[in-house]
Design a protein around this ligand. Structure first.
Ligand SMILES: *[C@@H]1O[C@H](CO)[C@@H](O)[C@H](O)[C@H]1NC(C)=O
Ligand SMILES: *[C@@H]1O[C@H](CO)[C@@H](O)[C@H](O)[C@H]1NC(C)=O
Ligand SMILES: [Mg+2]
Length: 281
């Protein structure tokens, strides 16, 4: 810019510069406003109701069962504890999830993560590298039983579950069986740790596992009289403690309940499989 010499021209130049600065300030203000709005930052933080940060664009995309989706999400994230039955209003939602393909897809994706994890570790030659699998709804599916129990809307019935388990007809969860076989093939010791009562269900459980292809595991560890009445967290922690004491290195630990994966000696990495049908403390 050229600075004018006469005072009249100088005044005009000052006016012009002031105008330009005002326009530029306005422009900058508009720009910043645009950016903040695009980021979803509320214009007035004290009025959260006016926030555009979290907008429901189309409610029907959530399947028309927004509450049940939230409920299932909370269950899987372990924010919902000690629940005994699924909310009756969520029967159709859970049924749809369990038999409509999503449950199976979720499991497959989680098992893929286990393979990816497995790729990064090498078992040592001492054959003390171990993985732990839960049994019910991890290796073997009880979906046929829970289908009759309205997918968990009906409260847990230990007598009826025992009758079901004694039949030994729970099918294998295929992606889990494939991982199980892979682990044994590459030299891991696989321990199946279940809260099922050893005395009542020992033979039936072993038969069921074998007839579904779960062969070659190191040990099936069931709840003996000594551990009756203990929570799954306490009982399974104690079993894992014994394994670690025997020198095993627990790498992966897979279960459908948080109580399979919490407590002590949980393993280097845990994998939580979905289960919206029941809660085991
Ligand atoms: C919302 O999504 C449903 C299902 O995809 C669609 O049929 C409907 O037209 C959408 N409604 C609006 C307002 O976009
Ligand atoms: C974990 O170990 C600590 C220390 O030995 C013990 O106090 C605690 O009860 C154990 N927790 C479980 C769930 O076994
Ligand atoms: Mg289980």
């Amino acid at each position: 810019m050229v600075v004018p010499s006469s005072s009249k021209a100088m005044a005009a130049w000052k006016k012009e510069t002031l105008m330009m600065m005002m326009i530029m300030t306005l422009f900058i203000l508009m720009l910043t406003k645009g950016v903040t709005e695009a980021k979803g930052v509320p214009k007035n933080r004290k009025h959260h109701s006016k926030s555009r940060a979290l907008t429901i664009i189309n409610e029907s995309i959530s399947g028309g069962e927004p509450y049940c989706l939230s409920w299932r999400m909370a269950v899987e994230a372990n924010n919902m504890r000690g629940w005994r039955t699924i909310p009756t209003q969520c029967l159709r939602h859970v049924q749809g999830y369990m038999v409509g393909g999503q449950y199976y897809r979720d499991i497959s994706l989680i098992i893929d993560q286990a393979y990816a994890y497995l790729d990064g570790i090498d078992p040592l030659a001492d054959a003390m590298d171990a993985w732990i699998f839960d049994v019910d709804d991890t290796c073997l599916s009880n979906l046929f039983y829970y289908r009759v129990k309205r997918f968990g809307c009906d409260p847990y019935n230990p007598t009826e579950f025992k009758t079901w388990a004694l039949r030994g007809e729970s099918p294998a969860i295929q992606p889990v069986l494939r991982l199980f076989n892979k682990l044994i093939e590459v030299g891991y010791k696989v321990f199946l740790v279940t809260g099922r009562d050893e005395e009542a269900l020992g033979d039936a459980t072993l038969d069921n596992l074998v007839n579904q292809g779960f062969v070659g595991f190191e040990r099936l560890i069931m709840r003996s009289a000594k551990y009756r009445g203990q929570s799954a967290i306490t009982y399974k922690s104690e079993i894992r403690r014994q394994l670690v004491e025997q020198g095993y290195r627990i790498w992966g630990n897979i279960g459908d309940q948080w109580s399979d994966l919490q407590g002590n000696f949980t393993g280097d990495r845990t994998f939580k499989l979905p289960n919206p049908m029941y809660f085991v403390p």
